[in-house]
Design a protein around this ligand. Structure first.
Ligand SMILES: C[S@@+](CC[C@H](N)C(=O)[O-])C[C@H]1O[C@@H](n2cnc3c(N)ncnc32)[C@H](O)[C@@H]1O
Length: 246
């Protein structure tokens, strides 16, 4: 859900500025093992409305820069979370828009929408050698996505859910070594069960601020996403990479 209005609806339903599965619980899982360090230089890539960047600062995980290609969402984020340094930038060329280096790069349900080869290269140019890259995202381990009904809904054909083997070689070409990943598919299914239930709970509020058509569109989309996860067409995971010397 990459439109500014889609993200605003999700924020209402999730009671927080998140457009990724699992909200704060997902950040805790992805960041497990990353100790607090207020001096760490962090960049949140594809930050949306800024809830994740704010979480990282509030939990002492670093000084946070964040960027997104969607100017409207970045504008909201910059007004709401002044402690974060927000930018409008494309992940495929972000090193031309933001000065590095960074010690940690985070991508929460944004990498699937990036031009991935270009983004890995641009993020590597922004990262210090030894920096970490965390990619929390949809996965396609069985390569069932491209032929699925879900891929043919709206503009979902542009999605590139992560195939672990392909990510390993694509990332290495850009100077990132994949050191491990966790399959979180069962959690993703549970998170989207909860999201659908919360959507019903916030139905009136969403319709009041965005209209019935927008509510129906978002509900239909997330039912289809939930079913794609529950049927094994998509998965969810968290990938850990390290910037290696070129
Ligand atoms: C599903 S949202 C997730 C947003 C945020 N990470 C979060 O967890 O709330 C995906 C985000 O990726 C952004 N995005 C898509 N393509 C991008 C690109 N090429 N460069 C930067 N951001 C991009 C979208 O605008 C959107 O905000």
């Amino acid at each position: 859900m990459n439109s500014p209005e889609g993200k605003a609806i999700l924020a209402l339903v999730r009671c927080g500025d998140f457009a990724h599965a699992g909200e704060e619980e997902a950040i805790r899982i992805a960041m497990a093992g990353v100790l607090p360090d207020p001096a760490r230089r962090v960049v949140d890539a594809g930050c949306g409305r800024g809830g994740t960047a704010d979480y990282l600062i509030r939990h002492g995980l670093g000084r946070v820069t964040a960027f997104d290609i969607d100017g409207e969402s970045v504008h909201h984020a910059a007004e709401r979370y002044p402690a974060v340094d927000f930018h409008v930038a494309d992940a495929g060329s972000v090193d031309r828009a933001i000065p590095g280096p960074f010690d940690l790069v985070t991508c929460f349900n944004s990498f699937y929408a990036f031009p991935q080869e270009e983004a890995l290269a641009a993020l590597r140019r922004l990262a210090a050698t030894g920096a970490r890259l965390l990619i929390f995202d949809y996965t396609d381990p069985a390569e069932r996505f491209a032929g699925s009904d879900f891929a043919h809904l709206e503009d979902n054909g542009l999605w590139r859910p992560v195939h672990p083997g392909k990510l390993r070689s694509m990332a290495l070409d850009a100077g990132w070594e994949l050191t491990g990943w966790d399959d979180l598919t069962d959690r993703y299914v549970g998170w989207y069960d909860e999201l659908l239930a919360n959507m019903e709970r916030h139905r009136e509020a969403v319709i009041t601020s965005h209209g019935e058509e927008a509510f129906e569109f978002v509900r239909t989309f997330y039912r289809a996403l939930h079913d794609a996860l529950a049927n094994g067409v998509l998965g969810g995971g968290c990938f850990r990479l390290v910037a290696v010397a070129g």
